[in-house]
Design a protein around this ligand. Structure first.
Ligand SMILES: Cc1ncc(C[n+]2csc(CCOP(=O)(O)OP(=O)(O)O)c2C)c(N)n1
Ligand SMILES: [Mg+2]
Length: 276
């Protein structure tokens, strides 16, 4: 694999953030801040040479898989897939409109390039375990990446999947925890604080790396390093900020979580100018 061009990836991440803002403001609903904490990771996966995907055959059994378990952050996925040429911008601008396949949560029955229908938090890693086991059984050298939220880690099913991935030594499975410090109703401290995640995952037999997930070089390094682990599942604890990229704009609202709220037209203009 050639070394990813960091400047190019950063420019792509910026463009993806611009699309996230535009489509959620147009929809008048959605989760831009949850999407923006995850942007570097999703960008590195799709454009850094990590996720082998095939636009002309999205369900190719030999593909690598990306499951967005925190399905409410799907604007980052639609925007990345648009950048990758799967869709036009006009198509993703139909986000959350009646009849549009670009639903508020990913729907694999509507779009071939969506790996799993998620949105009910806690399920994506179990699906990932299934894919990883199936790929192993079928003899495919395919890797499955799952992204969860930090609040989502409060779902018990996550820990059942963590235990079974370890039991089956699924080195073809990587969990990325988007540790942005907030969930729907508040911060870790206010709702449920399960940190540190890395020592807990290690205790279950996983290899872990803790990184700043909004720094592209750290994301790329971590994804590269974990490829060489061959005897156990791997996890990146991706320390991020909700709304990263437009934080000064969100701070003016007095709400740095900004969960499940699109930007108003005025705020979106400010955010887009900030990202220019
Ligand atoms: C099973 C389930 N319970 C509740 C919700 C409602 N819900 C949507 S997003 C969210 C918060 C998720 O927080 P986190 O996983 O930290 O994701 P973030 O938005 O911070 O990236 C909740 C509780 C849900 N989607 N699924
Ligand atoms: Mg969170």
């Amino acid at each position: 694999m050639s070394t990813p061009d960091l400047a190019k990836l950063e420019a792509t991440a910026k463009e993806i953030r611009r699309k996230i803002i535009k489509i959620t403001t147009e929809a008048g609903s959605g989760h831009p801040s949850s999407s923006m904490s995850a942007t570097e990771v999703v960008t590195a996966l799709y454009f850094g040479g990590f996720l082998r995907h095939n636009k002309s055959n999205p369900r190719d059994p030999k593909r690598d898989r990306f499951i967005l378990s925190k399905g409410h952050a799907v604007p980052v996925l639609y925007s990345a897939l648009c950048e990758a040429g799967y869709f036009t911008f006009d198509q993703i601008m139909t986000l959350r409109k009646l009849g549009s396949p670009f639903e508020g949560h990913p729907n694999m029955a509507k779009l071939d390039c969506i790996e799993a229908s998620t949105g009910s938090l806690g399920q994506g890693l179990s699906l990932g375990v299934g894919h990883a086991l199936a790929c192993r059984l079928d003899g495919y050298d395919a890797h499955t990446y799952v992204m969860s939220g930090d609040g989502e880690m409060g779902e018990g099913q996550m820990w059942e999947a963590i235990a079974s991935a370890s039991k089956y030594k699924l080195s073809n499975l990587t969990l990325i925890i988007d540790q942005n410090g907030y969930q729907q109703t508040g911060s870790h401290a206010e709702v449920l604080d399960l940190r540190p995640f890395d020592s807990k995952l290690k205790a279950f037999g996983w290899e872990t790396l803790v990184i700043n997930g909004n720094v592209m070089s750290e994301v790329v390094d971590a994804l590269g390093k974990l490829k060489s682990i061959k005897d156990r599942p791997t996890c990146i604890v991706s320390q991020t900020k909700k709304g990263f990229g437009i934080l000064p704009v969100l701070e003016t609202t007095g709400d740095v979580n900004y969960h499940g709220k699109p930007l108003s037209k005025e705020l979106a203009e400010k955010a887009l100018a900030y990202l220019a």
